[in-house]
Design a protein around this ligand. Sequence first.
Ligand code: ADP
Ligand code: MG
Length: 473
Amino acid sequence: MDLEDVVLEAESDTQGLFDDLLSGEPIFENKEVLRPSYTPHELPHRTDQINQMATILVSALRGETPSNILIYGKTGTGKTASAKFVSQELESTSQKYDVPCEVEYINCEVTDTQYRVLAQLANKFIEKNERVIADRLDTYRELHSNALEDPNVLDRTEFSTAEAVASRIAELEADAEDMEEVPMTGWPTDRVYSTFFDAVDYHERVVVIMLDEIDKLVEKSGDDTLYNLSRMNSELTNSRISIMGISNDLKFTDFLDPRVKSSLGEEEIVFPPYDANQLRDILQHRADISFKPDALTDDVIPLCAAFAAQEHGDARRALDLLRTAGELAERSQAETVSEEHVRQAQDKIELDRVVEVVRTLPTQSKIVLFAVILLEKNGVHNINTGEVFNIYKRLCEEIDADVLTQRRVTDLISELDMLGIVNAVVVSKGRYGRTKEMGLSVPVEETEAVLLSDSRLGDIENAQPFVQARFDN
Ligand code: ADP
Ligand code: MG
């Protein structure tokens, strides 16, 4: 057999590493549709909220300033998806009728200081202005060169001479020159603000600024940004702005200056949690385009909906469950997604949450939690605060950490309790007073692994002696 035959045979007979996986894919048609980044074109059960937004924002298409809007609702109630949907519709309608109306969307969880919000807005408007200037320059340059050959082309324009056109061109070139982008740090805030102000006011338009996760901005940097934005209209000459704030936290306006609060909350729209039936509809719509026909057994969608309804009606959780269940089915090479995959998905998502919470705990809390784990692994039940404190102290000494008082450690235990990591109850010991008894609410092995991946706790090589010492105390 010569080499060529070998190669040919290899091509025809053997399946490549990915061939099997590709051809034997009975589950997903398009997984992207189930990811959070996908913006659905249809939003069942949000028609009321979307219509309310549209009714307010339609003023922008008439050249009037829409009222400011505040949108409230828990996570996963469709606020971002609805707002983005409305903004796309608004912009496409404004293009259709050629009215100058623009929407800017900012996620304040990412862009979380006044400087960054204003800089991002300024730069977006500068970019748009530059495009407007470039278009106008094209038009005027052509007009100018035509006018040099035949002055009659100016008859039905605002210009009487070719020189007038030339001087307008020079003006526009100077404007373009002046548009200086705001650097991501370094300027004084008032300079950033005035750059933004000039950029918005460069020509006539109505601007809707959507500030998503606005509560994060206020929490991190106070309400100065909102104060400045909400009083801009009285100073703008050519343009008008309208603010749409979106908040997960229903009480965030409590922290606002009363003037900001009343200006921002001219209109309020509430996004209530979805119930299990609504979640079913939402999932069904997505499942129809994301899964192969017949890939889901009948109970999959109702079960995902029921689990997510318990999580305060969170559609994001429902979609995560459905996608994860599909991935688990795919990985186990099942033909269909079944109820069992949904239950596994629920456990996996819950574990991922725990891992993330534990990973981001402060070191002191990690040491306290590690003490609880060591006791639990040694078969101690109804662990009390004193026992935790003794082990905690020795662990601290071992890794050279500060030793907190037993009182502070008790507080840290309460925090772990609130996070759902331990389950603590106060028990009365009669005349010996009261103590807390606790157990771990999360899987031991996984939690321990996360703790030991912390560089400081990872130094504890053999923890067994500390637990033994408990019996010597
Ligand atoms: P919020 O901003 O309120 O936290 P999102 O708008 O991000 O919630 O929604 C979370 C996820 O659920 C997104 O993937 C979104 O596409 C989806 N979603 C929410 N509501 C609906 C709905 N009514 N129809 C279809 N998908 C929805
Ligand atoms: Mg959102």
